[in-house]
Ligand binder design. Structure first.
Ligand SMILES: Nc1ncnc2c1ncn2[C@@H]1O[C@H](COP(=O)(O)OP(=O)(O)OP(=O)(O)O)[C@@H](O)[C@H]1O
Ligand SMILES: [Mg+2]
Length: 226
């Protein structure tokens, strides 16, 4: 099944009277089970593509379908609940809430019923190797550990689809590789479909396919060997 389908997707940002076209007609399709990396120079539109597909940012032309449904046709509440249940998002700078513990950060994202919540949070923290740190605050953790927690937060509602914008961009090499190993495991073992932006060509080898962006367009779409 196609989890993501875009057709001539366009995004224009306006600065006063100046209109800048950041996505210039992007047509891509992602099937379930794929782990796709997006690479390209700074400013080529990678983050904008991820945000428009995931509904974090509106688009200005063309169309996006998620799980076979047109994104623009979702009513606001539908879209919010779709985002909460079927989509997880991982950011470069983790975006954890500093005065909440690891456990509470994941709890905040959970849309589960009260009875299943505690076990689900601890199990998800286990998946990312952070169960022993449930009562820690983000400031007490290394960058790699904070990113693991933010991945747990993205996973708590058992989404089918994970988006990640430069998940290793703020980490040193070793921690970056560990996070990529975790993503590969989520793809292979937990059957998560992943769309990730990265600056680092080496990280594309963890995925199944790489899209190269340049100046608002996808200029190359290649299968990756792993
Ligand atoms: N909120 C915004 N308002 C106006 N212009 C924006 C906005 N966000 C992004 N842009 C512009 O859109 C273009 C693409 O930005 P985007 O963040 O998608 O690039 P990117 O490929 O993710 O770059 P990087 O590798 O540096 O993260 C840039 O020229 C940027 O200035
Ligand atoms: Mg970016």
């Amino acid at each position: 099944m196609e989890y993501i389908k875009t057709n001539e997707l366009r995004k224009v940002y306006t600065h006063g009277k100046l209109a800048v076209e950041v996505l210039k007609g992007i047509t891509i399709a992602l099937r379930d089970g794929e782990f796709v990396s997006i690479v390209g120079p700074s400013g080529s539109g990678k983050t904008t593509l991820l945000y428009t597909i995931s509904g974090l940012e509106p688009y200005t032309g063309g169309s996006v379908e998620l799980f076979g449904r047109e994104l623009s046709a979702f009513r606001d509440r539908d879209q919010a609940s779709l985002r909460a249940k079927d989509i997880g998002f991982v950011f470069q700078f983790y975006n954890l809430i500093p005065n909440l513990t690891v456990y509470e950060n994941v709890l905040l994202a959970s849309v589960l019923g009260i009875n299943e919540t505690k076990a689900a949070i601890l199990k998800t923290l286990e998946t990312v190797g952070m169960a022993d740190y449930a009562s820690y605050y983000p400031g007490e953790l290394s960058g790699g550990m904070q990113q693991r927690v933010s991945i747990a937060r993205a996973l708590i509602n058992k989404p089918r689809l994970l988006f990640a914008d430069e998940p290793t961009g703020n980490l040193d090499y070793k921690n970056g590789i560990e996070i990529m190993d975790l993503f590969r495991r989520l793809n292979v073992e937990e059957k998560k479909t992943i769309l990730m932006v990265t600056h680092n060509e080496e990280m594309t080898s963890y995925g199944t396919r790489t899209l190269h962006m340049l100046d608002g367009k996808v200029i190359k779409d290649e299968r990756t060997l792993r």
